[in-house]
Design a protein around this ligand. Structure first.
Ligand code: NAD
Ligand code: ZN
Length: 357
């Protein structure tokens, strides 16, 4: 496979500065790494946080963002045996981890203190050729379309893990907050595939229609209309949802969820609004035995399980396709809450299909 010397990439020189779309050298994989020709990359709200620098965690300078990249392996380091040139593979948020700490040993590698984060502490997938540690890249079956599977590599893994962490059982009800976004649209599909009943919470008619008609949520609660606590209770027989998965990028739902979570229920925090706090009244949290927890991406087994749900045809969330050159426009739309589902960027430069105009 011929590998060019140069490629196109989107580079953040500094937080909130214009992003530069330009030619850069193609990186060379180290002994334990692979080089993937990224065909499609999803755009996660995390990428917007990284560009804005609004989290209490520093990014690499001159960063190439992105962490939902699906493509074809074009080179492998000399120590790599399990993955070959020509295999389909994906770069996810967790690019690498130490492998030796107590978290790595327990299969909790996202908690590794030396974890490398794609598109944050190391260059990610907003480029045509990206590097991942061989033990962490996701294996993608050849039959799976690389555009549709790209969002699974962060959004899919994350929501699948959060749903497992919620301890909800088949037949019970889960409220998905931020249901019309990238994580939310996939969360509805995974929840349904796992046998759960879904209440989607978001706003606007486009997201409402997508959640109810395309994705199959049973109820839609518009957070901008009326009393959300009363509305969730009224569609759950007055008791509330068995679990609440918080995916929104605003603080308010992190302070409301305990009021519409059912007694013995679980609130799983996943969205990361900057400087936000999660809160609940102590008395009712105790006497109603509410669990509040965080959930952070997933490990390598969660990754393969999430891909397996997709490969079996159970996950069909809508996505829109743009060009890698259009990243800034997609960031604007995400900031304005105007992306229903996910944007996936085609990294090829030959196509003239600039759908964003
Ligand atoms: P997105 O912008 O696609 O979706 C967010 C959705 O939340 C939008 O549809 C928006 O309308 C909705 N929303 C806003 N305010 C709301 C409210 N008050 N109530 C209900 N819905 C509301 O973003 P995304 O890519 O899905 O990412 C969501 C968040 O998850 C981001 O903060 C991202 O950084 C975080 N994230 C966390 C993890 C993790 O491992 N914990 C992994 C990936 C992303
Ligand atoms: Zn992400």
């Amino acid at each position: 496979m011929s590998i060019p010397r140069e490629q196109y990439a989107q580079i953040y020189k500094d937080n909130n500065h214009p992003i530069e779309y330009k030619k850069v050298p193609v990186p060379k994989p180290g002994p334990d790494e692979v080089l993937i020709n990224i065909k499609y990359t999803g755009v996660c709200h995390t990428d917007l946080h990284a560009w804005k620098g609004d989290w209490p965690l520093r990014t690499k300078q001159n960063l190439i963002g992105g962490h939902e990249g699906a493509g074809v392996v074009v080179a492998v380091g000399e120590l790599v045996e399990e993955i070959k040139v020509g295999d389909h593979a994906g770069i996810k948020w967790l690019n690498g981890s130490c492998g030796h700490c107590e978290f790595c040993m327990a299969g909790d590698e996202p908690l590794c203190e030396k974890a490398l984060l794609s598109g944050y502490t190391v260059d990610g997938t907003f480029q045509q050729y990206a590097i991942g540690k061989a033990v962490h890249v996701a294996r993608i079956p050849k039959e799976a379309p690389l555009d549709a599977i790209a969002p699974i590599l962060c959004a899919g893994i994350t929501v699948y893990k959060a749903l497992k962490e919620s301890n909800v059982r088949a037949g019970q009800t889960v409220a998905i907050v931020g249901a019309g976004g990238g994580l939310g649209s996939l969360a509805i599909q995974y929840a349904k595939a796992m046998g759960f009943r879904v209440i989607a919470i978001d706003t606007g008619s486009e997201k409402q229609e997508m959640c109810l008609k395309t994705l199959g949520a049973e109820e839609f609660v518009d957070f901008a209309k009326g009393d959300i606590v009363a509305n969730v209770k009224s569609v759950t027989g007055g008791l509330g949802a068995h679990a609440v998965i918080l995916l929104a990028v605003s603080e308010k739902p992190f302070q409301q969820a305990a009021e519409y979570c059912r007694s013995r229920g679980t609130i799983v925090c996943v969205g990361l609004p900057p400087k936000a706090r999660v809160s609940a009244e102590v008395f009712s949290t105790v006497i109603r035995m509410i669990t509040i927890k965080g959930s952070y991406v997933g490990n390598r087994l969660d990754t393969q399980e999430a891909i397996d749900f997709f490969a079996r045809g159970l996950i069909k969330a809508p996505f829109k396709v743009g060009k890698l050159s259009e990243l800034t426009k997609v960031f604007q739309l995400l900031e304005e809450g105007k992306v229903a589902g996910r944007y996936v960027l085609d990294t090829s430069v030959s196509s003239i299909n600039h759908i964003l105009g």
